[in-house]
Design a binder for this molecule. Structure first.
Ligand code: 2PG
Length: 244
């Protein structure tokens, strides 16, 4: 049985526009992000790729993107599941800092290690500091990370992929996952078998649906396809250039 999985990174947020490290800070979409969400819905509708269930993180930018995208695609009525395991990577003490200023202060190499390496986490956030989430009620019962590298994201995301998402795929649902740059990098790394080194080069564009056909082993039977490949490439290049 073939399974259809659609991955979508939320649209631009206020902090993308301000060029700040965001992570688990619950920032809203900006006007550009809302446009991207609507455009994502139009792409789904025009291509007849219609989700029957949606999974999102518990962050507003993903939730709002999912709502707006599904509304345009006339799929506002499908079941919704949310889980913190789809959250953006926790950016540790970098949360709230300006990307360009951070690059200037620590140099190119350290900046890119923190941003894109597989296993170098940023410095830990101080508990109780302005952008720490440890007392946020939505995370009651879990240990909120103080920082995460991509490897850590994959470790906490995989149980959700192998559990709730694969359960829906197995049941024949067309699954839309609306999440974040780095949680989706983790999932695409797994699906595409990208090495720990090569993953540094992968940037996920905002608001561009990426469609996979999966086999019974929940691995792709052919490469994932962006519904608008040209726009996706341009948007991915814009992400890569943040902080310059
Ligand atoms: O700040 C963040 O949380 C992420 C996504 O916006 O940024 P980056 O692309 O630098 O990992």
């Amino acid at each position: 049985m073939a399974h259809t999985l659609i991955l979508l990174r939320h649209g631009h947020s206020d902090w993308n526009a301000k060029n700040l490290f965001t992570g688990w800070v619950d920032v809203d979409l900006n006007d550009q992000g809302r446009e991207e969400a609507l455009n994502g819905g139009k792409l789904l509708k025009d291509n007849g790729v219609l989700p029957t269930v949606v999974h999102t993180s518990v962050l507003r930018r993903a939730i709002t993107t999912a709502n707006m995208t599904l509304d345009v695609a006339d799929r506002h009525w499908i079941p919704v599941r949310r889980d913190w395991r789809l959250n953006e990577r926790h950016y540790g003490a970098l949360q709230g800092l300006d990307k360009a200023a951070t690059r200037e202060k620590y140099g190119d190499e350290q900046f890119m290690l923190w941003r894109r390496s597989f296993d170098t986490p940023p410095p830990e956030i101080e508990v109780g500091s302005e952008f720490d989430q440890s007392s946020d009620p939505r995370y009651a019962g879990i240990e909120v990370p103080r920082t995460e590298c991509l490897k850590d994201v994959i470790v906490r995301m995989m149980p959700y992929w192998e559990g709730a998402i694969q359960d829906d795929l197995r049941a024949g649902e067309t699954v839309l996952v609306v999440a974040h740059g780095n949680s989706l990098r983790g999932l695409v790394k797994h699906l595409d078998g990208i090495s720990d080194e090569a993953i540094a080069e992968l940037n996920i564009p905002t608001g561009q649906p990426l469609v996979y056909e999966l086999g019974d082993d929940f691995m792709p039977t052919k490469p994932g396809q962006y519904l608008d490949p040209e726009a996706a490439a341009a948007a991915a290049a814009a992400v890569a250039n943040q902080g310059r």
